[in-house]
Design a protein around this ligand. Structure first.
Ligand SMILES: Cc1ncc(COP(=O)(O)O)c(C=O)c1O
Length: 369
């Protein structure tokens, strides 16, 4: 008689409750679903760099293939040192991960025991909640203020208890696009010694960063990524600025070799390609102004953005319905139900070239007329 498969009973209880991360849709998925030519599809649902990535970075990655039989540096030291040098920070170390997503997991590994708590203001990027759950800890979700999507600082401070370990803050916030008020972040840091993880994935587009604060607030960790401005999402390189007093514990806990040799080389050289960076920033700036003007003319509500995407308010329509209709026309956007409170009426669109933006706006105007 075949042995009954009871392998699942070994799973941790929390794992039985999880659902797979909902990523933005891929071109091939949509081409197949709607019988469209993949070349005609606009992928504007994941805030990637529409201009591609730096040629210097790609060449460096290709050269790195020569040594791909050799393990990469354990902690991406050369890249970390370069980031440190570029940012000129004192008492601050840089840790590099397999995307910032991996750094959330590392931070959870460092600080969270079973039943500890994290505080997350929603709607926001879902990976903070996932990293918390994977660690067996409990996410406490606090809605952002409806008006302006700023943090509810009083509620955050009131929610802190002895089990609280990490407060996640996303600024500019995904999916609402706005910077969190600097005074609010300061108030939180002045009133707690819990870890404050500030996600600055989109900070280069806003020109605002709080990295210089880490020296004063050793409990502040700031995450960044090469996936957005630098266009290296496919290589998976993220990093974080972390106070020297905790950095050695981070290095002691790290999974070795998480960033591949070509990925490290690409990131290292992407930092030097100021012309690609400036071209991207210019495109995003122009796209933002264009969207503001055209959406206002069409009477479509939008959230002002400090990132490389713009989020529109779809009410009374559900964002899922609008996203489906756009998808049928070959335009992939991101409906934000998975991001928490109110996300089901928010639709996020990556800012693109003039031609791409015109195509999206023409379709939106038809859907909202
Ligand atoms: C706010 C935010 N943080 C982090 C990430 C993930 O970054 P990475 O690609 O480096 O894992 C994203 C990706 O969309 C994001 O929006």
């Amino acid at each position: 008689m075949p042995k009954q498969n009871t392998a699942t009973k070994n799973l941790r209880p929390i794992i039985l409750e999880l659902h797979q991360y909902t990523a933005g849709k891929s071109i091939i998925e949509i081409a197949n679903k709607y019988n469209l030519d993949p070349k005609q599809i606009l992928k504007l649902g994941s805030n990637e760099n529409i201009l591609g990535s730096s040629l210097k970075a790609k060449i460096a990655a290709t050269f790195a293939l020569e040594k791909v039989n050799i393990y990469p540096e354990v902690t991406s030291e050369e890249l970390a040192n370069k980031i440190k040098k570029v940012n000129k920070l004192k008492n601050v170390d840089v840790v590099v991960g397999n995307g910032m997503d991996h750094i959330f997991e590392m931070v959870a590994r460092l600080f969270l025991n079973n039943d500890d708590e994290t505080i997350i203001s929603v709607p926001t990027f879902t990976c903070y909640e996932l990293a918390t759950l994977w660690a067996g800890a409990v996410p406490r979700l606090i809605p952002l203020a409806k008006d302006g999507y700023q943090m509810n600082v009083k509620r955050i401070l009131n929610a802190i208890n002895k089990r609280t370990k990490i407060i996640f803050i996303c600024s500019p916030n995904n999916p609402t696009g706005n910077l969190m008020r600097t005074e609010d972040i300061k108030t939180i840091l002045e009133n707690t010694d819990k870890i404050v993880f500030l996600d600055e994935a989109y900070s280069e587009f806003s020109g605002v960063t709080l990295t210089s604060w880490i020296e004063k607030y050793p409990n502040l960790i700031i995450g960044r990524t090469f996936s957005k401005l630098y266009g290296l999402a496919g290589y998976r390189v993220g990093y974080a600025f972390i106070h020297k007093s905790i950095a050695s514990y981070y290095f002691n806990s790290i999974t070795p070799f998480v960033v591949s040799r070509p990925a490290q080389a690409a990131a290292l050289h992407a930092l030097d390609d100021t012309s690609f960076v400036n071209k991207t920033l210019k495109m995003v700036r122009e796209a933002k102004e264009f969207y503001y003007k055209e959406l206002s003319k069409a009477g479509i509500s939008y959230l002002p953005t400090d990132a490389n995407f713009i989020t529109i308010q779809t009410a009374p329509q559900l964002s899922k319905d609008v996203a489906d209709k756009l998808m049928a026309k070959g335009i992939i956007t991101r409906e934000c139900s998975a991001f928490g409170t109110g996300g089901n009426k928010l639709l996020r669109i990556t800012l693109g070239t003039r031609e791409q933006n015109e195509r999206v706006l023409n379709e939106l105007k038809l859907l909202f007329s």
